[in-house]
Design a protein around this ligand. Structure first.
Ligand code: PMV
Length: 321
């Protein structure tokens, strides 16, 4: 195996349809890819220096995570990932320059940090001509996610590399059959939030109220299981209803904010089968399910009128079959 002059890697965004937060405690979740929002990474060996990993924003037009906004920034999460890559692949440790072109808005529950880490793993594998299988990729991305977020469930780690919807629980992912006659519309509230803050605030609440924790996990798991059944039978209305149910649960636990609540209300008012916040919450994105009777353009317009700064669509028949 020989070293190349450079290596490239890319990954995409994701949206969580069911089970966010509960998945951190071992409950199931469902996520879909958002393939049009991508990150690409170019990796090169750098002249030896003490500071092992240097990250440069390629200037993609959307802000990269704050920690990369300085050219030549040292990113602790990616430094950990690169160190672990060298150990796991028995590659001689080197100084690395990473140029990141991230088109995934950060802090919006779209998995930008996991996608960036995944793209880095692929770029390193390409640079050093090392095979990185799914297991090693998962472990390496999780090392970066742990530094960035504390206790990642791994759902973002898998979903940012999957071309099809996934069911995820306790580190295990399965491809999901999804053949709905509709479209998911993702709307960005424009409010940035840190997953680590949302996760730790919820954890604090759970620590003081074990019954509330048990109730949250039980309800989330029940909604997700019912939704998987509805997905298997292509019941658009029922899937939407479960999304709105999941939104109510997340709202009860303080994860909604006025901006995302407004988007959910607007999506339902314009006739979507259901809508909910997606990801960590306390800002970020909303995902709505529009059935064929409701033109996507009308849904996007309603969401923009309600304050969305951007919208994206994902067909709901992204099947693993
Ligand atoms: O906000 P995001 O995209 O990082 O979503 C993370 C989903 C959580 O369940 C809140 C955290 C996790 O690790 O699964």
């Amino acid at each position: 195996m020989s070293e190349h002059e450079f290596g490239v890697g890319s990954a995409h965004a994701k949206a969580i349809l069911f089970g966010e937060h509960a998945v951190v405690y071992g409950a199931p979740a469902v996520a879909i890819p958002v393939p049009q929002l991508r990150v690409s990474v170019l990796a090169r060996c750098a002249p030896e220096r003490s500071n092992g990993v240097r990250v440069t924003d390629a200037g993609a037009g959307v802000p990269v995570p704050d920690r990369w906004s300085r050219t030549g920034a040292d990113d602790p999460a990616l430094r950990e990932l690169v160190t672990n890559f060298f150990v796991a692949t028995e590659t001689r440790s080197r100084a690395i320059d990473l140029t990141v072109d991230c088109r995934i808005p950060p802090g919006r529950g779209l998995g930008s940090s996991a996608a960036c880490a995944r793209a880095v793993v692929y770029a390193l594998g390409d640079l050093f001509d090392r095979p990185v299988d799914a297991r090693l990729t998962f472990d390496l991305v999780q090392t970066a996610e742990r530094v960035a977020h504390g206790s990642p469930s791994g759902v973002d780690t898998v979903a940012t590399g999957s071309a099809v919807p996934i069911w995820f629980q306790g580190g295990v992912a399965k491809e999901l059959v999804m053949d709905l006659d509709g479209v998911f519309v993702i709307a960005d509230s424009g409010v940035s939030s840190a997953t680590s803050v949302a996760v730790s605030e919820l954890r604090r609440r759970f620590d003081g109220d074990p019954a509330a924790k048990a109730g949250f996990l039980e309800r989330s798991a029940r909604i997700t299981a019912a939704a998987v059944e509805d997905l298997a039978h292509a019941r658009v209305g029922a899937v939407g209803h479960r999304m709105t149910e999941n939104q109510a649960l997340l709202g009860e636990f303080g994860l909604g904010i006025a901006e995302t609540d407004r988007l959910v209300t607007a999506a339902v008012a314009v006739g979507c089968a259901g809508a909910k916040l997606s990801g960590g919450g306390l800002g970020g994105c909303v995902v709505a399910l529009a059935d064929v009777a409701h033109p996507v353009e009308a849904v996007e317009t309603a969401l923009r009128v309600a304050g969305a700064v951007a919208t994206w669509t994902v067909p709901a028949d992204l099947s693993a079959r």
